[in-house]
Design a protein around this ligand. Structure first.
Ligand SMILES: Nc1nc2c(ncn2[C@@H]2O[C@H](COP(=O)(O)OP(=O)(O)OP(=O)(O)O)[C@@H](O)[C@H]2O)c(=O)[nH]1
Length: 333
């Protein structure tokens, strides 16, 4: 593991006991694998590291459940020092007492070598639990974790908990919040989005990473999971449609008819049946802005003209702020 390579990246460390769901989470969120296909994933035996670039250069490292991080020839200190967030996956469908003890030991060590580390717990595979049982499990895990940490004298450590499953949007929502904590420009971005919302009859907007459907920022109004799902699905639909035209574009290029025109910007607008208009525009660095617009008594055309104008300004703002920011991913994702 080359820590020089990732020292300037926001690194997320994914840990947990065997079969907890770590590889599945990586494959589904970052590689668009269908959730059911994860049933056949082999157990991971070596640490794996993946790099992604959105607004920040992000690395996600998965440590296999059977690895002993504290054996002398494993450089855990260097590892934990270079990490922005420790994400610990707990299988909620399994007996989790061992996981909680293991988690507390890891937190004790991680916090000692890196007090700035964000500690996040995914109470995972909740698709198998009834609504009541979900709440009980969350309460039980939070309480027991608190007790374990208290015993180690770590009661001041902040831990965030998320209920997740790869079979719905909860895993994307959790990762969005985890990644956002690692974006230093977040308050500034939120401010820009709030400005956009105020001046454009927008109800809610998200800045999505197109590949993973993680949102790297949103305006400051609360996020409702249904709204997030609608917007994430609209990203998929718009990109699929755009890809159809991309093939057409390639054919035109072969026929020599497109010249040196830049590729067309991805854009999509659609009316939902509750009077809301959903709007998508491609931004920089593989991002897309998705907004829910409520035109009310204004006519839709003039409302969209204003939105277009304001989104242009927002995009220029993003370009200026990130013009000198480095992007290192060779794949340019
Ligand atoms: N029901 C349900 N099953 C899941 C979920 N996420 C993962 N699984 C299943 O859990 C099993 C183990 O998943 P892995 O991703 O291989 O677990 P891991 O933590 O990477 O395991 P190791 O590589 O052994 O450390 C697989 O059969 C997945 O299909 C989930 O959200 N819900």
């Amino acid at each position: 593991m080359n820590s020089e390579e990732n020292s300037d990246k926001a690194t997320i460390l994914l840990m947990g006991l065997r079969r907890g769901g770590k590889s599945s989470i990586c494959k589904v969120v970052f590689h668009n694998m269908q959730p059911l296909d994860t049933l056949y994933l082999e157990s991971t035996s070596n640490p794996t590291m993946e790099h992604f670039s959105t607004l920040i250069d992000l690395a996600v490292m998965e440590l296999p459940g059977q690895l002993n991080y504290f054996e002398p020839n494993y450089d855990s200190e260097r590892l934990f020092k270079s990490v922005g967030a420790l994400v610990y996956v707990i299988d909620s469908q399994d007996e989790y007492m061992n996981a909680l003890t293991n988690f507390a030991i890891i937190v004790e060590y991680a916090y000692k070598v890196n007090p700035d580390i964000n500690i996040e717990v995914l109470i995972h595979k909740v698709d198998g639990l009834s609504e009541d049982f979900k709440v009980d499990t969350q309460r039980d895990i939070m309480q027991r974790t608190g007790e374990e940490l208290l015993e180690l004298g770590l009661d001041g450590v902040q831990v965030s908990f998320y209920l997740t499953s790869i079979f719905d949007h909860s895993i994307y929502e959790a990762f969005s919040r985890i990644v956002q904590k690692l974006v230093p420009e977040l308050p500034f971005l939120e401010n820009m989005l709030d400005n956009l919302v105020q001046h454009s009859k927008i109800e809610k907007c998200f800045l999505f990473d197109i590949n993973s459907k993680i949102y790297v920022s949103t305006d400051s109004s609360p996020v409702d999971i249904v709204t997030y799902e609608t917007c994430a699905e609209f990203v998929d639909v718009t990109i699929d449609l755009h890809d159809l035209y991309k093939i057409q574009g390639k054919e035109d290029a072969l026929a020599g008819s497109t010249g040196n025109k830049p590729p067309p910007e991805v854009k999509g607008v659609s009316a939902l049946n509750n009077g809301v208009v959903i709007y998508l525009r491609q931004m920089i660095r593989g991002l897309a802005l998705v907004a829910l617009i409520r035109p009310d008594d204004t006519d839709v055309e003039s409302c969209l003209t204003v939105v277009d104008y304001n989104v242009d300004i927002f995009k220029k703002g993003l370009e200026q702020v990130w013009a000198h920011a480095r992007i290192t991913s060779p794949e340019g994702k």
